[in-house]
Ligand binder design. Structure first.
Ligand SMILES: [Zn+2]
Length: 278
């Protein structure tokens, strides 16, 4: 019944706008609640590199019961922890990590940027200084962030070769069954000398990547891969190897080096993976 209603809403074009409205309203209420609740922590400690607010604690997020065994069991760096959301603007630790890269490792002014599944704060910040094109496989979910967002299948991008100076795919590739094809496409549309920020969750304990590209069972996917729409868990070595095979010159900025920026409450233990087209 629920599925039928969803299909009907999709047919008449109401599904994504309604979902978007619901998600936005929920987000605004959540934000208001955190602003009030976290007032007592305000003033010092961590500083959000989007909104500039400082708090001694950010909002934590822990894995739910269905995914906790795999997240903890396989030591997956997946964005959970004590200081995840900024109480003021709701930026996430993984978004603040990308902002660190944009601020300290790249020149992101006046660039042509391709931004997959755009995060609200990142998009707002980048679009003030660069030309940002946003895409997603379900663009309707992101209309409230960028009304110009268009559909794109990462394995078959509609853009010409060498179209972008910077590409941001922040926790995207673990969703895509044919990730190697998507990597080759990202490489193709990246400009010579361009760079892609290619974050993905990875396991610190698995000996090799685990994956089932054809799986279409959200309950099993959550149990096996830690999220209802993931199709694998990478190891860092294999992830880098796949990107290298797609053509990228890969640079990994170690989590140790990134501790310089831990005052921005970035994800502890998460390295940054940059793919260059040289
Ligand atoms: Zn903030």
């Amino acid at each position: 019944m629920k599925e039928k209603a969803k299909q009907l809403l999709k047919q008449i074009g109401w599904y994504h706008p309604l979902q978007s409205l619901y998600r936005n309203t929920r987000l605004q209420l959540t934000n208001l609640r955190y602003r009030i609740l976290y007032r007592k922590y305000s003033g010092s400690g961590f500083t959000c590199n989007f909104c500039g607010a400082s708090y001694s604690q950010f909002v934590p997020e822990y894995p739910s019961n269905d995914i906790a065994p795999v997240i903890y069991g396989q030591k997956v760096i997946a964005g959970f922890g004590e200081h995840v959301y900024c109480p003021r603007c709701l930026s996430k630790n993984r978004d603040r990590l990308v902002k660190v890269v944009l601020d300290h490792y790249l020149d992101s002014n006046h660039k042509r940027v391709l931004h997959f599944s755009p995060e609200k704060q990142l998009f707002a910040n980048l679009s003030r200084r660069s030309m940002v094109t946003t895409v997603d496989i379900e663009p309707g979910f992101y209309k409230s962030i960028d009304k110009s967002i268009t559909f794109a299948d990462a394995t078959q991008l509609q853009f010409a070769d060498n179209s972008f100076d910077i590409i941001i795919a922040n926790h995207i590739l673990e969703h895509i069954p044919d990730d190697r094809k998507a990597m080759r496409e990202i490489y193709r549309v990246l400009q010579q000398q361009g760079v892609a920020i290619l974050q993905a969750p990875w396991s610190q304990s698995l000996p090799a990547t685990i994956e089932e590209p054809t799986i279409a069972d959200p309950i099993q996917q959550a149990r096996l891969f830690g999220q209802r729409d993931h199709v694998r868990i990478y190891t860092l070595d294999d992830y880098v190897e796949r990107l290298t095979a797609a053509g990228f010159a890969v640079r990994v900025i170690s989590a140790v080096e990134l501790t310089t920026y831990s005052h921005h409450a970035i994800q502890a233990g998460e390295p940054v993976v940059l793919g260059y087209k040289i």
